[in-house]
Write a protein that binds this ligand. Structure first.
Ligand SMILES: NC(=O)c1ccc[n+]([C@@H]2O[C@H](COP(=O)([O-])OP(=O)(O)OC[C@H]3O[C@@H](n4cnc5c(N)ncnc54)[C@H](O)[C@@H]3O)[C@@H](O)[C@H]2O)c1
Ligand SMILES: [Zn+2]
Ligand SMILES: [Zn+2]
Length: 368
């Protein structure tokens, strides 16, 4: 069938919105008609070349919609089902899934390389095969995705809000609750208040932190952070250090979560200084693939048992966590509507990323 998609043809290029050909789902796949897609910074990493990717590629990895066709042998989902598409698949059978770490599923390995899990392509345009960001490609009115990347949700839940849970909400919330292991009474610092950091703030609040310090150079982001549960805000890591030091009488935070647009090795030591004994520095933000140098005090790691941890999808288990996060929203415990700063049509995808770069959005949302 024909559909419309935003395709990246070359590193440093713009998203080109055009007619594309979409094949029917293969075994273990479904076709989804999208209601909305969030605009995460990770797609920007494809544009800047931070993430190794094979282009051309349909962008987008944070979406929700309805199943309109199922591939051969699919029994888990039926036509009409409302679904969230998650940016990492989980097969349920590989050693990592079996160990309870479905965010590290072996099927996620080639997520930015383009083709589907069976090595073939579903999209084509200009006589060329076109890949899908994270096996999804949510910058398209229709897409074909693995059942392993789909979570069925309750009928009636607003699909525009559900879209955000495919990446940003779950990644941020999980970074605080799961990766950072925050507990009631803890003190936490969230560095960077975009779509990910905003939800790390919410996670820290729900975990029961006594202090949640949100850091962002943009004033509007700091205001939003307060509304989402930050107890204190700062414009820089330096400023946050003074606040945390005074609030905790020098004991410092239990965790600092890095959610900036691009992670930088030079930030590691300042982050390490924000946390106290057994404190966790959680690296959720993505760095350039070639960034291999970071400065940090090894003695701090030993003497204070400070830890540096990576976090992928907030160490979340999609099939378990996505329905719970939606239910928490229904119960008034998790804000979703407030995360959407501006809405765009697919044609306006480049405007949306311009607004993200300029610090104007917590999250931009494409509505189909
Ligand atoms: N690990 C994962 O599973 C995962 C999943 C999704 C996104 N990500 C990554 O998380 C990062 C954040 O994504 P996003 O969509 O929220 O991005 P975003 O651009 O919406 O937000 C980034 C925020 O960081 C702020 N910022 C920039 N420099 C800063 C600094 N030095 N100190 C404090 N704040 C600073 C910006 O003002 C902005 O508000 C990106 O690198 C993205 O690729 C990781
Ligand atoms: Zn994302
Ligand atoms: Zn697996």
């Amino acid at each position: 069938m024909r559909t419309t998609a935003a395709v990246l043809w070359e590193p440093g290029g713009k998203w080109e919105v055009e007619e594309v050909e979409l094949d029917a789902p293969h075994a273990g796949e479904v076709m989804v008609e999208l209601t909305a897609s969030g605009m995460c910074h990770s797609d920007e990493h494809l544009v800047t070349g931070d993430l190794p990717a094979v282009l051309p590629m349909v962008g987008g990895h944070e979406g929700a919609g309805r199943v309109i066709e199922v591939g051969p042998g699919v029994t888990e989902l039926a036509v009409g089902d409302p679904v969230v598409m998650t940016f990492l698949p989980s097969c349920g059978r590989c050693p990592y899934c079996a160990k309870g770490l479905p965010n590290l599923c072996n099927d996620g390995a080639g997520a930015t390389l383009g083709p589907q899990l069976d090595g073939t392509y579903r999209f084509s345009a200009r006589g060329q095969e076109v890949g899908q960001m994270c096996l999804l490609g949510t910058f398209a009115k229709h897409t074909v995705v693995p059942v392993k990347s789909v979570v069925k949700i309750d009928e009636g839940f607003p699909l525009d809000l559900a879209a955000l849970v495919g990446c940003g909400v779950t990644t941020g919330f999980g970074s605080a609750v799961r990766s950072a292991e925050l507990c009631a009474g803890d003190a936490c610092v969230v560095v960077g208040v975009g779509g990910i950091g905003a939800n790390a703030v919410q996670g820290a609040r729900v975990a029961g932190c006594r202090y949640v310090v949100a850091v962002d150079p943009v004033e509007f982001k700091r205001e939003r952070a307060r509304e989402l549960g930050a107890t204190h805000v700062a414009a820089s890591i330096d400023e946050a250090w003074g606040i945390v030091s005074e609030l905790t009488r020098g004991q410092m935070a239990d965790a600092a979560i890095l959610c900036t647009g691009v992670a930088a090795g030079a930030e590691l030591q300042p982050l390490l200084q924000l946390v106290g004994k057994r404190g966790r520095v959680v690296v959720t933000a993505l760095a350039n693939a070639e960034e291999e140098t970071a400065t940090l005090s090894l003695l701090d790691l030993t003497l204070y048992e400070k830890q540096v941890r990576g976090a992928l999808f907030g160490s979340s288990a999609a099939q378990h966590d996505v329905p719970r996060l939606l239910e928490m929203h229904n119960l008034g415990q998790l804000k979703l509507r407030e995360l959407i700063t501006r809405e765009y049509t697919l044609d306006q995808v480049n405007d949306g990323y311009e607004d993200m770069r300029a610090g104007r959005n917590i999250r931009g949302l494409i509505r189909y």
